[in-house]
Design a protein around this ligand. Structure first.
Ligand SMILES: [Zn+2]
Length: 81
């Protein structure tokens, strides 16, 4: 029993000396690599073929959007079922 108390005392002493002094070493490091979430870009639908694409990559004609110049020239078309 005395041995257990001595071991516990040594562990406690070691924890007091080395464990508590390192306040900078927290178990959960700060998240440095995590990127800020960027603004969500809206998706639009091609009026000709129905494909969805980011609004910045779409060709807009009024309220309609197209995925390519060719589809913009062809104009709107009802999507296939
Ligand atoms: Zn298209």
């Amino acid at each position: 029993m005395k041995f257990v108390i001595v071991v516990l005392a040594v562990v406690l002493l070691a924890w007091l000396l080395f464990g508590r002094n390192r306040r900078g070493d927290s178990p959960a490091p700060p998240r440095r690599g995590k990127r800020k979430p960027t603004a969500v870009e809206g998706m639009v639908r091609c009026a000709h073929c129905g494909v969805h694409l980011p609004a910045s990559e779409a060709r807009a004609t009024g309220a309609l959007h197209y995925c390519s110049d060719a589809h913009q020239e062809r104009g709107p078309q009802a999507p296939r079922p």
